[in-house]
Design a protein around this ligand. Sequence first.
Ligand SMILES: *Cc1c(COP(=O)(O)O)cnc(C)c1O
Length: 461
Amino acid sequence: MAPDKQDLGARAKATLDFTNDYDDFAAPWFTLPQGSMPPEMAYQIVHDEAMLDGNARLNLATFVGTWMDEQANRLYTETFDKNMIDKDEYPKTAEIETRCWRILADLWHAPDPAQAIGTSTIGSSEAAMLAGLAMMRRWRAGRRAVGLPTDRPNLVMSAAVQVCWEKFCNYWDVEPRLVPVSEEHPALDGDGLERYVDDRTIGVVAIMGVTYTGVYEPVARISAALDRIQAASGLNVPIHVDGASGAMVAPFVQPELTWDFTLERVVSINTSGHKYGLVYPGLGWVVWRSAEHLPEDMIFRVSYLGGDMPTLALNFSRPGAQVLLQYYLFLRLGFDGYREVHSHTREVALYVSGEIARMGPFELVSDGSDIPVLAWRLTEDPDRHWNLHHLSDRLRGRGWQVPAYPLPEGLAHITVQRIVLRRGRRSLARNFLEDLRACVDYLDGLDGPIPVEREGSAFHH
Ligand SMILES: *Cc1c(COP(=O)(O)O)cnc(C)c1O
C-alpha cells in the first residue's frame, strides 16, 4: 500500500538519521512509487545504493577514466546540460568538437589534417560501428562500379578483438573472420593473413592495445602483409586501427612506433576519449585519413551554423560536456603533459609487473610496456590448491577488482588475470601489491582444495 505524501514527509525526517523503517514502503523496486518524496530522501536512497557499488579507483578491471581534477569537475558541472546534437544552439561546443578531432588527425599524422574528417562518439564502440560501415560502403561502391556482387562482405581481425567488432559484424551482417591467437602468434601480426583475406574483405582491424593483454598489434607488419597480398592478387584491403587505448598512449610514449596514418593503408582510427584520453565515461573519437574514405551518403549536413556542418553518428542526443572536458585536457596537459602522465603510469605498470613476476606463482603474459596494462598466468604447480578465480575473490574482499578470464580462441586453455593502470600514484600500487601478497599467502596456506570452484565469472571489459 502506498503511503500518502504527508506520511512520506514525516518519515523522511526520520530517514535522514537512518532510524525509521523506510525500506518497508520503498519495497516496490520495479514499479513507480505512487507518491512523491522529499528530494533529501530520494537523494539519500540513491546515494546509499550507489555506495554499494565497487570503489571506482580500486577497479583495476576498467580502462575508463575514474578521476579528473577539480577544474574539470567544475567544468563538467557547468556544462552537463549541453546536448552534443544541438549544434545550432551550442555552436561553440560543436566547433570545439571539430578542433578536438582535427587535433587527433594531426597527432595521428593524417597526411593533410585539413582534409581529414572525424567526429566524437559516445565511445569506441560507436566509433567502430561508423568506421566499419564506412569500410563496408566503400567496398560496396567499388564492387558496384565494376559490376561485381556486393553481398557477403567480411571483416578480418584477431580472435582477441573487443566485443564491439563482433557486434558490428552481427548488427550489419558482415562475416567476422577471426584469426586465432597462438603461443607463437599471440596477436594479429600478418602471418598467414592471405588465408583470411579475399575479394569480399572490407578491411582488416588492427588493435593498438589488445583488451586481453594490453599488447600492440604490429600495424606496420600487418600493412606489409597486405602489401604482399595486393602485389600477388591485386586486392587493396584497407586497415582500421582500433586504438581505443593505444591511440592516446603511443603518440606520447612510443613516438618511434609506426602504426598511424603514416601507413597509407590505415584509413581510419578510433580511440576512447574516456580511456587514456583521461575524460570521464561517455566519449570516443573516430578520424578518417581524408574525406574520401568516409562515403558521402553517411554524412548528414546541417546548414544552420552559417556554414556547412557535416554530422554523422548513430545517436542523436548525447552529452556534450565530455567533448569540452577533452578540450580542457588538451589545453591543460598539452603534448608534454600527456607524455608525462602516461610515462609515469607506464613506469608504475613496469614496477608492478616486475614485483608480480618476482612473487613466485606468476608468469607474466604482458608487462605493461605497450599500454600500461599487464596480465599474468599461474605457473604449473601440482601442489597448488587455488586458481586465479580464487585469487580474484580474495582481492575483491579487500576492495580490489581484478578480473580473471580465459584468453581468446587458440589460447583459451590459459587463464590470466589482468590489471589496467590508470593515472594514479605509486603508493596505491604498493598497497595493491601488499594486498596481493597477503591474498597469495592466505591461499598458499590452505591445506586442501577450495571446496567450490567458481569459474568463468569474468568481468574484463
Ligand atoms: C574498450 C575498447 C573498446 C570499446 O570501447 P568503448 O569506449 O568502451 O566503447 C573497443 N576496442 C578496444 C581495443 C577496447 O579496449
